[in-house]
Structure formats: structure tokens, C-alpha cells
Write a protein that binds this ligand. Structure first.
Ligand code: PMP
Ligand code: GLN
Length: 383
């Protein structure tokens, strides 16, 4: 069989989590919380399971959940989406990303990808015959050079993949980034996928203005050409439940839904009802930034005195660190060795790049219990 994705193997998340389990290492590799979701949310799901909400949900999602998302979006960003025609519930952000890319990319279309990039973007582009065009973000700032972006846009550019707050770097877009992007796509047939699954995890607000999530929907011109992708996995500590969503103008949502209805048709029913109830209490997600800021700071305090260097993540639950002062090993080899020898698993950031580089960066997930983070940092300090 001739592979349709010849360059794809098992994802690094599976590889590193498996190795962490086999070796008994602390797993700061794959991004998932090391603690449980709220018992209240579990009991809501239980109630809906028992009440018999166990058959197919509507293809576009349970109306109550679409309405709750519309309300939350209006409250938070002051932007309105019609729950009937512009909001679709999906089986995680992963499905939404795939459906959005599939909805607009035709063979030969160019798709701008900022790298390092979350690992599902490029396979989705490849399978649709698209051609990824890379814009490299470099450590330690990972900021966007808009002149470079301008040079990479051609008549064939059909889509731009955006991710803020960014996995793996924790970089967060500013309003200036939104303005720059809007200027570049004006009067062109270019669509945007904006992966905003870490929208509620932003840091350094207590020490000043801090980092704010500037959703692409808040720029009126961008709203009209963007698929905004969200996920409840990160926000409510339920990565295993796989519920996400797509907000997009009606014209885009029509095309998005054509794909979604044959990819999964609909997604798990009782959880959608439970989330609709749970979303009505904003405190359920407003605390998240402060919650994760403490963990980021605890982990970084633990690394003080080590030979790693870093710029604190601005958002997301990932911290990247440079090991340039420690060893010349390739990051993949080092990640494997650290898992086996000191018992801390991480993600080598080179896997998120498609163009070769030698940046010497590892990514650590700090969505873990305090004692776990302290123990991991102590082990890393010895290097
Ligand atoms: N996008 C980014 C940037 C992510 O980090 C993740 C998963 N951590 C996803 C998408 C996928 O989200 P989901 O689990 O809801 O499919
Ligand atoms: N998004 C998670 C991460 O970046 C992992 C998701 C997955 O395992 N596919 O670590």
C-alpha cells in the first residue's frame, strides 16, 4: 500500500507518554492535566446519562450547548455568533481543525503555517492536496515577522493557520498581530483557521497589564473569514471527553458542516447537555489563568539554578526551555535520555518544525500537581 502520509509515524505524544509509562518517569510530555475535572461536571453528565440522553445529538450539536457558547462568546469578547447557523459542536478541536481545512483547501492551494506548529495541521493540509508554506518562529520570543509573512503570500494562498495562545511556545498574539494579518488578507480570497483552545490560560496579569487573549473574532474583518476553533478539554480538565467547536460566519459554517456531517456526523450527547449547564457559571473558567500561572511559576522557580534558560510562557500550559548550555545532543535524543535516566519525560520541540533547525528546545507540560512539578524540577536541576 502506498501511504497517503508517508512522512507520518506515531505521534510524539504517544511515543513519549508510552515511554514515560514504561519507565515510570514523571510525564510532562503529552499535554493533559494530571488532576481530575470538577465532580459537579461529572455528576451533570451522570444525570443526563440516567435521564436517557443517549442517542444521536443533532448534527450541528445540542442547541443548548450552541446557545451557551454563543452567550459566553458574547459576554467575553462582545462578538455575536448565531447558534443556529454559525456554531458547530465537534469531537474535539482536532476534528474541527480537520473539517475546517478540508472545507476550503483544494489540491495545489498554499496554506501558511507558522512553525513550530501543532502536529495535526500539516497532515490535514497534505490529505487535502494543499501545500504547506512555512513561516518560522524562532526562540526565545517566537514573535511573527510580518514582512516575512507578506513575502510568503501568493495568488495561490488559500488559508492561514493561526494558534494563539500557542502550543508549544506559549506565545500570545497582540492586537498589532491581528491588524497586520487583517491588512495582509484584505481583498484576497484567503481564509483563516484560528486555533484558540488555550483561550482561558493567559499569564502575568497580576504583575501589570499581562497577556490578554485577542481572539481573531474581535477584529471585524478577520471575523468574516475565520474559523475559530475551541475545545473544552483544556478549559475544564477533560481532554479525554473530546468536545470542541467551530465558530464561523454562515457561509463558512455551511461548508464546514458538509465535512463534519460525514466525518463524525455528531458528537457525544450527554456530555453536550452537561457542558451547556456547566458553561453558565463563568467562574468555572475565569479562575484558569491564575490556577495555571501558579503552576508555571512553581515549575520555573524549581528550575532556578539549573543550566536551562527560558522566557516564561505567556499562555497555554506549556513551558519551553533551552538546553543550549547543557549539551549538544539533538532534542529528540535528549528527551528520550532524560526520560530513561532522570525520569522526566518532555517533548522535543523539533517535532513541531518541518524545516530542520538546531534550536535545542524541550517542552514541558505544567498541568500537573504541585508535588509532581517540584520533583520534576529538582531532577532537572541536577543536569
Ligand atoms: N490544538 C492545539 C493547539 C492543542 O494543543 C490541542 C491538544 N492539546 C488540540 C488542538 C486538540 O484539541 P482536542 O483534544 O480538543 O482535539
Ligand atoms: N495537544 C496535546 C499536546 O500538545 C496532545 C494531544 C494528543 O496527544 N494528540 O501535548
Amino acid at each position: 500500500l502506498k501511504s497517503k502520509l508517508p512522512n507520518v509515524g506515531t505521534t510524539i505524544f504517544t511515543v513519549m507518554s508510552k515511554l514515560a509509562t514504561e519507565t515510570g518517569a514523571i510525564n510532562l510530555s503529552q499535554g493533559f492535566p494530571g488532576f481530575d475535572c470538577s465532580p459537579e461536571l461529572v455528576s451533570l453528565v451522570e444525570q443526563y446519562l440516567r435521564k436517557g440522553f443517549n442517542q444521536y445529538a443533532p448534527m450541528t450539536g445540542v442547541p443548548a450547548l450552541r446557545e451557551a457558547i454563543a452567550q459566553k462568546t458574547a459576554d467575553q469578547y462582545g462578538v455575536n455568533y448565531d447558534p443556529e447557523t454559525e456554531i458547530t459542536i465537534t469531537s474535539g478541536a482536532t476534528e474541527a481543525i480537520f473539517a475546517a481545512v478540508t472545507a476550503v483547501v483544494r489540491p495545489g492551494d498554499e496554506v501558511l503555517v507558522f512553525e513550530p506548529a501543532y502536529d495535526s495541521y500539516v497532515p490535514a493540509i497534505d490529505l487535502n492536496g494543499g501545500i504547506p508554506v512555512y513561516v518560522t518562529l524562532t526562540p526565545p520570543d517566537y514573535g511573527i515577522d510580518w514582512q516575512v509573512v507578506r513575502e510568503k503570500i501568493t495568488d495561490k494562498t488559500r488559508l492561514i493557520m493561526v494558534n494563539t495562545p500557542h502550543n508549544p511556545t506559549g506565545h500570545v498574539w497582540t492586537t498589532d498581530d491581528l491588524t497586520q494579518l487583517a491588512t495582509l488578507v484584505r481583498d484576497r480570497d484567503i481564509w483563516i483557521v484560528s486555533d484558540e483552545v488555550y483561550e482561558h490560560i493567559l499569564f502575568d496579569r497580576s504583575a501589570g497589564p499581562g497577556h490578554v487573549h485577542h481572539s481573531l473574532m474581535t477584529h471585524p474583518e478577520l471575523r468574516e473569514r475565520t474559523f475559530i476553533i475551541g475545545s473544552f478539554g483544556k478549559t475544564f480538565h477533560i481532554t479525554g471527553w473530546k468536545i470542541g467547536y467551530c465558530l464561523a460566519p454562515k457561509e463558512l459554517s455551511v461548508e464546514f458542516r458538509k465535512i463534519h456531517q460525514y466525518l463524525t456526523f455528531s458528537t457525544v450527547t450527554p456530555i453536550q447537555y452537561a457542558l451547556a449547564d456547566y458553561l453558565k457559571e463563568p467562574d468555572n473558567y475565569r479562575q484558569l489563568s491564575a490556577f495555571y500561572q501558579r503552576k508555571r511559576d512553581l515549575f520555573l522557580a524549581g528550575l532556578q539554578g539549573s543550566r536551562f534558560t527560558w522566557k516564561p510562557a505567556e499562555g497555554s500550559f506549556f513551558q519551553t526551555v533551552s538546553y543550549d548550555a547543557i549539551t549538544d545532543e539533538p532534542d529528540y535524543d535528549l528527551a528520550i535520555r532524560l526520560t530513561k535516566e532522570i525520569g522526566v519525560a518532555s517533548i522535543p520541540v523539533s517535532v513541531f518544525y518541518h524545516q530542520k533547525n538546531d534550536y535545542k528546545i524541550l517542552r514541558f507540560c505544567f498541568a500537573k500537581d504541585d508535588a509532581v512539578l517540584e520533583e520534576a524540577a529538582q531532577r532537572l536541576r541536577k543536569l
